[in-house]
Design a protein around this ligand. Structure first.
Ligand code: PA5
Length: 333
């Protein structure tokens, strides 16, 4: 598992050169909506962030059984990302969205989603098989960037390929991860804090701790946290450990420090996640690498298998059993 993280640069580069099957060029796209869950959904979040930073474009990620209908019309490109290709939320969302737009594309390693794309003539990229979805993050991300270019939606390949360079800093990432793992291994439910612009990374850190380390974690985002969460600490009921993700903006650093003071005053211990890279995308890639490596190190320290996610598997089994009911309530019969 650790070696896969250490090979993220290679995986990411590979994603940029994968073949688009059923290739076609769409015209008149003015909105990109991505559907995906868990690790695949985070890849979607990163695509949206890159669209914002490099194309000045607002994208949306939907993480449900259907995409809110006002988001989808004939000028919308829907991108379905699912590593396994079998995630029901993503499959149903795509199927339903195709009633409102004819423009879609798919990124998956196989499964029903690839079958669906083949049968409907939808452009798709098949990513490398045999990984846990969360480990495939960089390839899901770059393959999505590639397909967006190939279908004529937006070309941000060059900017993203520059960002990938940060993933070569594996030695530094290992040191940061070791320090983070020893800080977090005894936490009960660590608090992961970031500014809104780094929310995707905070979620990613939480998800990696949940899935690889089998550890609960809570995310709080500033400045919103100053309007609610901060009051929750007034009773000083307990303290734990917090990871604060640094920002590249000075005023955000200032209010993150203010929150750190509040947490310290009630006994929290704080670990500051320093990021590498000179763009938001590269910094989030670096932070994700550190989080991934730290989460597998914690798994090792506490004696759990990072790859096994029993609870996700049993949820997926439950949803498969409910498939007919879900299809009926979504009007997909
Ligand atoms: O990382 C994981 O294993 C999960 O979060 C999955 O990504 C999530 O369950 C969705 O599955 P998939 O990525 O195959 O669509």
């Amino acid at each position: 598992v650790k070696d896969t993280y250490l090979n993220w640069f290679g995986l990411a580069r590979e994603g940029l050169s994968l073949t688009v099957e059923n290739a076609k060029e769409y015209r008149d796209i003015d909105r990109i909506v991505i559907t995906g869950m868990g690790g695949s959904g985070i890849a979607g979040d990163m695509v949206v962030l890159a669209l914002e930073d490099y194309a000045g474009m607002l994208g949306f990620v939907s993480k449900d059984f259907s995409i809110p209908s006002p988001l989808v019309n004939e000028r919308t490109l829907v991108v379905a990302i699912s590593y396994s290709g079998n995630t029901r939320e993503t499959l149903f969302s795509l199927e339903q969205a195709l009633r409102r737009t004819s423009k879609a594309c798919v990124v998956a390693s196989g499964g029903k989603l690839i079958e669906f794309a083949k049968s409907r003539g939808i452009p798709y990229i098949k990513v490398r098989e045999g990984l846990a979805p969360r480990l495939a993050l960089p390839q899901l991300f770059t393959a999505s960037i590639r397909i967006l270019k190939e279908v004529g939606a937006v070309d941000i390949v060059n900017a993203v390929s520059r960002d990938l360079e940060v993933l070569r800093e594996t030695r530094r990432a290992m040191l940061d991860a070791e320090s983070l793992a020893s800080f977090l291994k005894e936490a009960r439910m660590p608090l992961i804090v970031a500014s809104t612009r780094y929310q995707v990374l905070a979620m990613r850190v939480k998800n990696e701790l949940n899935e690889n380390s089998k550890m609960p974690a809570k995310v709080e985002i500033a400045p919103e946290l100053f309007h609610n969460d901060i009051v929750g600490w007034e009773r000083k009921v307990f303290s734990d450990r917090a990871v604060v993700i640094e920002s590249d903006l000075e005023h955000e650093q200032e209010y993150l420090r203010l929150y750190e003071e509040v947490l310290s005053s009630i006994g929290f211990e704080i670990w500051l996640m320093r990021l590498r890279g000179d763009t938001r995308v590269s910094r989030i890639l670096y932070g994700s690498l550190v989080a991934g490596l730290a989460s597998v190190r914690i798994a090792e320290l506490v004696g759990v298998d990072p790859l096994v996610t029993k609870s996700i598997a049993s949820y997926k089994k439950f949803v498969t059993g409910e498939e007919e009911l879900i299809r009926r309530s979504l009007g997909l019969e």
